[in-house]
Design a protein around this ligand. Structure first.
Ligand code: SAH
Ligand code: SF4
Ligand code: F3S
Length: 436
């Protein structure tokens, strides 16, 4: 038998790209490819790209530059570009970078094996009627106790700064039975913790046997899967946190006490200019209701600093909101003008102002993150072991609240869900002792 062909995949961007890369690897696996960790050994290199900020999309072109000598040494090497830059730039990529053989948009991944078999340059950035997931081969290869599962794709929100509605297209939800089948298959292969994914996951509305399901109803079905101990979902929009979903945080023990709920800004003026369609007070009220349902929930968020027109007062309002909520984690980004979005037409702020605001905001969220970690000391939490730690006899896993936890446990095994008493908070992680 001939040696299998080798595929190297580099993934940028959000968790949905991580999930897509797994599915593409499986689709190519059905066509005889195995994954390799080294681009130098590969017969095909696939770059799964992100277009969200300028810096993210520039990575594609620096990666392609580095691949030039490889392609010269091995002319048969196939180079593919997938993801949101592929969608946004399409055949422009082939013009700028003739070494690329194929460009495949996020909704066309089921066509990847066929494109890789063809000769000549290939582009597919269609948004087909049928969802790619219905045409990709079934999942077979998942390893490890945690998994992502995409249930919804695309976005209809059109925030003024964001490329996602253009690169991923309109909102589509996968049918309930497909999701449950995939989840059961993952659990059979040892998965105990599933994160449901969608660009707007809480806008999920999939067809089920008994009508239309929202995300809460889907989570309730998933909680019935034997052996599936933990559920999470990301990313949510504040306006789609309905009563049923909030209630699920109170009554579903499998639903973990961590919620990523991006707010972007604490200024009503900026929220309006961003087209977020809610006020800072709406967000604070929502947080109150979520905490009433699940008092120990840890909240995280995304912030954009330096949106066009942002004043010192607007920035101060964002800091006020952060102080009022107390986040357990937060991601903050300098505004990046993206081609084709409405905000890109507005004048940008001077960079030194944006840098100073980002610095101030990050200092505040870092102090909140530390406080949240320190508040865990002495508490008992669940930890799902994901891998051995760096020191011998140590295991590392995630707590219910998604903190990384190191545990001295020489007999511990990957995939075990154990009770741990947190003993110390160290930079970016916790340490604890196993109780059972
Ligand atoms: N669907 C999610 C997030 C998608 S993108 C939501 O609605 O919040 C992830 C994060 O990237 C966003 O929350 C936002 O904070 C950031 N982001 C998106 N576009 C950006 C831009 N043009 N400049 C800087 N940050 C951006
Ligand atoms: Fe982008 Fe999220 Fe807004 Fe959709 S809801 S446009 S994905 S930031
Ligand atoms: Fe990036 Fe596309 Fe995800 S732009 S953040 S890879 S949806």
């Amino acid at each position: 038998m001939a040696d299998p062909k080798k595929l190297f995949i580099k993934t940028y961007g959000c968790q949905m790209n991580v999930y897509d890369s797994e599915r593409m690897a499986e689709a190519m696996g059905a066509d005889g490819y195995v994954l390799t960790e080294a681009a130098e050994d590969a017969d095909m290199v696939l770059i799964n790209t992100c277009h969200i900020r300028e810096k993210a999309s520039e990575k594609l072109f620096s990666d392609l530059g580095r691949l030039k000598p490889l392609k010269q040494a091995k002319p048969g090497l196939k180079i593919g570009v997938a993801g949101c830059v592929a969608q946004a730039e399409g055949d422009e990529i082939l013009r700028r970078m003739p070494l690329v053989d194929l460009v495949v948009g996020p909704q066309a991944y089921h066509r990847l094996p066929e494109m890789a078999r063809s000769t000549g340059q290939q582009v597919d950035t269609d948004f087909p009627v049928e969802m790619k997931f219905d045409r990709l081969p079934e999942r077979k290869t998942h390893r490890g106790p945690t998994a992502f599962l995409t249930v919804q794709e695309g976005c209809d929100k059109f925030c003024a700064f964001c490329v996602v509605p253009y690169t991923r297209g309109a909102e589509v939800s996968r049918p309930v039975d497909r999701i449950l089948t995939e989840a059961r298959g993952l659990v059979e292969r040892g998965v105990r913790d599933i994160t449901l994914l969608g660009q707007n996951v809480n806008a999920y509305h999939g067809a089920g046997q008994n009508g239309d399901y929202g995300l809460a109803r889907l989570l309730r079905e998933m909680a019935g899967i034997d052996g599936l101990e933990r559920l999470r979902y990301t990313t949510s929009h504040p306006n789609d946190m309905d009563d049923d979903l909030i209630a699920a945080h109170g009554d579903l023990p499998q639903l973990m006490p961590y919620l990523h709920l991006p707010v972007q800004s604490g200024s009503d003026r900026i929220l309006k200019a961003m087209n977020r369609k809610h006020s800072a007070a709406d967000y604070l009220h929502l947080v109150e209701r979520i905490r009433a349902a699940r008092p120990d929930i840890l909240l995280s968020s995304d912030f954009i600093v330096g949106f066009p027109g942002e004043t010192d007062e607007d920035h101060a309002a964002t800091l006020d909101l952060i102080r009022a909520v107390g986040f357990g984690a937060a991601f903050s980004f300098k505004y990046s003008a993206r081609p084709g979005t409405p905000a890109a037409e507005k004048p940008e702020l001077p960079e030194d102002i944006t840098n100073a605001r980002l610095y101030e905001l990050q200092a505040l969220v870092t102090s909140q993150q530390r406080a949240a970690q320190e508040a865990m000391v002495g508490r008992e939490v669940g930890v799902l072991y994901e891998k051995p730690g760096r020191t011998a006899g140590q295991m590392v896993g995630k707590s219910d609240h998604l903190h990384a936890v190191h545990v001295d446990d020489p007999t511990g095994k990957v995939g075990e869900l154990v009770r741990v008493r947190i003993s110390a908070a160290v930079t970016n992680s916790l340490a604890g002792e196993r109780l059972n």
